[in-house]
Design a protein around this ligand. Structure first.
Ligand SMILES: NC(=O)C1=CN([C@@H]2O[C@H](COP(=O)(O)OP(=O)(O)OC[C@H]3O[C@@H](n4cnc5c(N)ncnc54)[C@H](OP(=O)(O)O)[C@@H]3O)[C@@H](O)[C@H]2O)C=CC1
Ligand SMILES: N[C@@H](CC=O)C(=O)O
Length: 394
């Protein structure tokens, strides 16, 4: 069957759907996304799909194709842009290539909104948020108003004011945010399908942090906390500031997205969160650099003691997320080594979804839950999933 579909796709030579994309954020995830888009051209062509990257923005500027109405930034430029950004060069270094323009903030934001407004009325546009900031919420809401589609890896726009969440999901067919929970794992899609079938979800339990999963399983092997956190960062598992992971806030954001998806009108303040570091080591007290260089080691001893105490009872530590109608909580728990969560290794996530149909035996989703590659793959799959809204008229 798989082979038959594949052969059918290979015969399909005509491009049926062209998806213009503006990308916000070209850090670890954004750059992987651009590389995946370029590498998947032949596959997508066989499927009748073409992704046209018309603009790329970072924290200070937007690079946009000269004729963004009908063409995009070419693949050679996108590849070089990734190389340039990896080595710390600004987007402006791409200007010499021609066929593109650069807008700096605050004009860049206005240009994103203008582009969305123009393309929203003509070809349509997918505004993709691979940044890690709250600052994109305004642009995303304007894009929704202009009839554009939105794809998010960034959790922040969905976890600020409830009204913003409502606005962004107001046309559910035009938004995808699979990578916000479990990176490339189909968590949002599964929950959405269960809800759509009228099967009430009563509980979601899981380990939803690739960073904390990796850190906890490495600690079991006797490694030092400060070292494994730094390794998790170098592997692309952590948020730009790893304290977002260690404070439990990143997991709480995922819990909030899931709870809101289930219809709970709650906010971050309604979630019980256990932090792995004290406020003296927090962002108000020291920079990310100082935390990594001098703050982290101060936590080694206490975490090691917690790991040892659990181990003496045959247990392991896991950072667990629980979403129920009575409330949401995220925190460190001692669990038997041979439990579903206790067996997790590396950056794997596991999510158990309980509903009427999945009452005694939950629906379980497990696999890599962090990393630039898998996250970008999830974002790309979300973009391609919107293809039916971009079909060319015959
Ligand atoms: N890594 C993972 O495993 C996963 C990550 N995610 C999410 O993906 C997102 C990206 O993560 P990651 O790539 O590691 O982050 P990075 O810090 O590497 O990249 C963030 C990018 O966003 C840009 N940026 C900042 N502010 C703005 C703005 N106002 N407008 C446009 N761009 C902006 C930055 O610009 P500049 O280059 O100028 O600094 C940078 O290019 C995060 O929200 C993260 O939570 C989700 C699931 C898994
Ligand atoms: N920092 C996050 C990345 C994905 O959301 C994690 O470790 O899970």
């Amino acid at each position: 069957m798989v082979r038959a579909v594949h052969q059918l796709n290979l015969r399909q030579e005509q491009v049926r759907s062209v998806l213009p994309v503006v990308l916000l954020g070209c850090g670890g995830v954004g750059r992987h996304l651009l590389r995946h888009i370029v590498a998947c051209r032949p596959l997508h062509a066989n499927q009748g799909v073409a992704i046209r990257v018309v603009g790329v923005a970072d924290s200070s500027s937007l690079l946009v194709a000269d004729d963004f109405h009908s063409s995009g930034l070419d693949d050679a430029l996108l590849t070089d842009l990734c190389t340039a950004k990896s080595s710390g060069a600004p987007l402006s270094s791409m200007l010499a290539r021609g066929q593109c323009q650069l807008f700096s903030n605050p004009e860049a934001r206005r240009k994103v909104i203008d582009t969305a407004s123009v393309l929203g009325k003509t070809t349509g546009l997918v505004l993709v948020d691979c940044s890690a900031t709250y600052d994109t919420v305004g642009m995303l809401k304007d894009a929704v108003d202009s009839g554009c589609c939105v794809v998010l890896a960034n959790k922040k726009p969905l976890t600020c004011a409830y009204e913003d969440f409502q606005k962004l999901v107001s046309n559910f067919r035009r938004i995808r945010f699979e990578s916000t929970v479990g990176a490339g794992l189909p968590v949002i899609a599964s929950v959405t399908r269960i809800i759509a079938s009228g099967d009430p979800v009563s509980r979601i339990v899981g380990s939803l942090s690739g960073t904390l999963g990796y850190v906890m399983s490495e600690l079991e092997d006797g490694k030092r906390f400060s070292e494994v956190v730094k390794t998790a960062k170098s592997l692309g598992f952590t948020e730009p500031d790893p304290r977002d992971d260690l404070s439990g806030i990143d997991v709480a954001r995922k819990a909030l997205i899931l709870a809101r998806l289930l219809g709970q009108q709650i906010s971050m303040e309604n979630i019980n969160v256990e932090s792995l570091y004290p406020s003296e080591l927090g962002p108000d007290a020291m920079s990310t650099k100082d935390f990594l260089e001098v703050g982290l080691v101060q936590l080694d001893k206490s975490i090691e003691e917690r790991v040892r105490a659990a181990s003496l009872k045959g247990n392991v530590l896991r950072y667990v997320c629980k979403i129920e109608s009575t409330g949401c909580q995220v925190g460190l728990q001692e669990l038997p080594k041979n439990s579903a969560l206790g067996r997790l290794r590396g950056s794997d996530n596991v999510v158990e979804i309980y509903s009427r149909c999945y009452e005694s035996a939950p629906l379980v989703i497990q696999g890599a839950g962090a990393g630039n590659d898998t996250t970008a793959a999830g974002v790309l799959a979300d973009i391609v999933d919107l293809q039916d809204l971009f079909q060319r008229r015959a």
